[in-house]
Design a protein around this ligand. Structure first.
Ligand SMILES: Nc1ncnc2c1ncn2[C@@H]1O[C@H](COP(=O)(O)OP(=O)(O)OP(=O)(O)O)[C@@H](O)[C@H]1O
Ligand SMILES: [Mg+2]
Length: 402
């Protein structure tokens, strides 16, 4: 017979093993470092020709470094400076469009769907890095206890020794701190210029037990808008855009992420199961938001909800289900489809985005196609944010509200 005493003993056994596992499996040299971009890659990210960039470097207008093989390389910071210089020197004004000054709060976008493996994390990760590379101050929030986004962004989502610069994640660093005790979130810098992170860990699951109990016991507690209110506090005004990666479950944590968002991206792969699961996602979301509307007399709206076709192949099934996905959203789609790509797979195996991969391990055509595809998707999202900013900005200057 096994009892709770045995369960406790199993947990204690893991504690005894923990130190040995952490020491052998996570040596400090595993730490992620920022990428260096070749001139070809930098020119693609700066949206200019290779020749023009080479010329500007030769003329001394744009700075970069040389690597050990005397090849020119750009750091993310150099790329950011180059983008700003190009913007001020050219008439081409679409390099970087700043958040309007009268918009105080960051723009919050969640990437959500109920179905596991629909490319939520891949989408959120590439979007956050892309926006940071465009010169925006970005915060990525990992709202999934599986913590894949945290791993991608260089964290080791396990509790470990609390030493300076440690990449381990304690529960206090995650959203749990906010959900369980209403403590202020403390974003951390990542290795990626302009991109900070609130990491996650398996302990975020605890929030699912704590939040209903708080709702019953605390008079003013509103379970659905904890994250919403925190992200509109003064600690976050330096961020232009916040990207939240959601878990594949409809939980208190996911509801908070969605409720805190100005906009939502819903990735859907082209299979009938994914399509049906997306229906269940919207059904549940509608039910809960309607109940909140009735209970708290507050309605929730989004500036935009965009479907994104992910893991698309060029076969008939993808084509047929791709059109079905467009039907779900009544045309509110990201036009570019995320193709299934070896470049994404090779990058993911190395805990990287395709931006970091720098073409290693895939042929240049495949790589170029993947970069173009993700750039186009991210660009569409950015343009929607810029539109939303413009509408809000005009509204605020008329009403004085924010
Ligand atoms: N365009 C793509 N090409 C190739 N592989 C992809 C692509 N998009 C996602 N993948 C791979 O599919 C798997 C699932 O993707 P991802 O982790 O982004 O999904 P998810 O929706 O976040 O999953 P979960 O629901 O578990 O959080 C990962 O191994 C990822 O690398
Ligand atoms: Mg995920």
């Amino acid at each position: 017979m096994k009892t709770t005493t045995d369960l406790y003993a199993y947990a204690q056994n893991v504690e005894i093993l923990r130190e040995d596992i952490l020491r052998t499996e996570y040596p400090p040299e595993l730490r992620k470092t920022p990428p260096l971009f070749s001139v070809a890659m930098a020119s693609s990210l700066l949206d200019m020709s290779y020749q023009s960039l080479q010329r500007l470097i030769r003329e001394g207008g744009i700075e970069c470094n040389e690597d050990d093989n005397n090849k020119r390389v750009f750091t993310l910071e150099q790329l950011d400076i180059a983008r700003k210089k190009l913007q001020s020197n050219t008439r081409k004004k679409d390099y970087y469009i700043a958040r309007p000054e009268n918009i105080i709060n960051p723009y919050v976008i969640s990437v959500a769907n109920l179905k596991g493996g629909s490319s939520k994390t891949t989408t959120a990760f590439h979007l956050a890095q892309y926006l940071a590379m465009q010169g925006y101050r970005v915060l990525a929030i990992d709202s999934d206890p599986q913590a894949s986004l945290s791993s991608m962004l260089g964290k080791i989502p396990l509790e470990g020794p609390d030493v300076e610069g440690s990449q381990f994640v304690s529960p206090e660093q995650t959203l749990l701190n906010l959900y369980s005790e209403s403590k202020q979130l403390k974003p951390e810098k990542t290795y990626w210029h302009n991109l900070d992170l609130i990491p996650s860990s398996i302990r975020l699951f605890d929030a699912e037990f704590i939040m209903p109990s708080r709702q019953m016991n605390e008079d003013k507690f509103q379970f659905h808008r904890v994250l919403h209110d925190e992200l509109r506090s003064s600690h976050f005004i330096d961020y232009d855009i916040i990207v939240i990666d959601c878990a594949p479950s409809f939980s208190y944590v996911t509801l908070n992420a969605i409720y805190s968002s100005d906009a939502m991206i819903v990735p859907v792969p082209p299979s009938h199961l994914d399509i049906l699961a997306t229906g269940a996602f919207f059904d549940q979301l509608n039910l809960v938001l309607t109940q909140i509307e009735e209970a708290f007399s507050e309605s929730k709206s989004f500036d935009f909800i965009l479907g994104l076709r992910t893991r698309m192949e060029s076969d008939l099934e993808s084509l047929r289900n791709g059109s079905r996905i467009a039907e779900i959203f009544g045309g509110d789609m990201i036009q570019e489809q995320a193709i299934i790509s070896k470049a994404v797979k090779v990058a993911a195996d190395k805990n990287m985005s395709i931006y970091e991969l720098n073409g290693e391990g895939v042929n240049s055509r495949t790589y170029k196609r993947a970069i173009e595809c993700f750039n186009a998707i991210n660009r569409e999202v950015l343009l929607r944010v810029i539109d939303a900013w413009s509408v809000k900005s005009k509204h605020f200057s008329k009403t004085g509200a924010n």
